[in-house]
Design a protein around this ligand. Sequence first.
Ligand SMILES: [Mg+2]
Length: 226
Amino acid sequence: MKYKWILFDADETLFHFDAYEGLNLMFSRFGITFTEQDFAEYQKVNKPLWVDYQDGVISAEQLQTIRFQPWAEQLNTTTQAINSAFLTAMADICAVLPGAKELLHNLKDRAQLGIITNGFTELQQIRLERTGLQDYFSTLIISEQVGVAKPDRGIFDFAFSQMGHPDRREVLMVGDNPHSDILGGMNAGIHTCWLNAYGQQVPEGIEPNYQVATLSELNELLLPAD
Ligand SMILES: [Mg+2]
């Protein structure tokens, strides 16, 4: 295989990330029914915050705080407590995407595997343990810890130093988000594969080297069954 390193995004690339289900579970533990309308309101705040986080305009802590501000007041607790409870709920419902285990199993003796995620520290290790995927990865890079997020090349440079400075031509980045994963890989000078599960159009200025709709398709691309 051409690549000695395969770097994966985490949320919606290896793991389901159903925020509505997670929020539902978390608020039910506070004794509150979280409605679809509540979710729409939450996303109105949360989504632009993620863009600001990717752009380096706000920190991970600001994101975690601002999005739960109205709820913290209502529940008479802190935004940090709610954010923690949310990440606990997300860990409780965590599930791997179809084809992920097979792909990692097939790749593990042929390449080194890593994760670069903009997701939060509290969720990453526990989710890897619970899903039994942790042994596949030799590198886990979390933007909250590095201080810069994808698509900034800084997080990739940090990753490469952890990986022992591999030849960038031998590194592939796989992810579902063209604006962070694919643009990030491009910024870092490595090849990219867009996991485009919903057949979306490629955004302008973003050029993935490959596109697949599923992880099984990626398996076939990297390890053709000739
Ligand atoms: Mg993702």
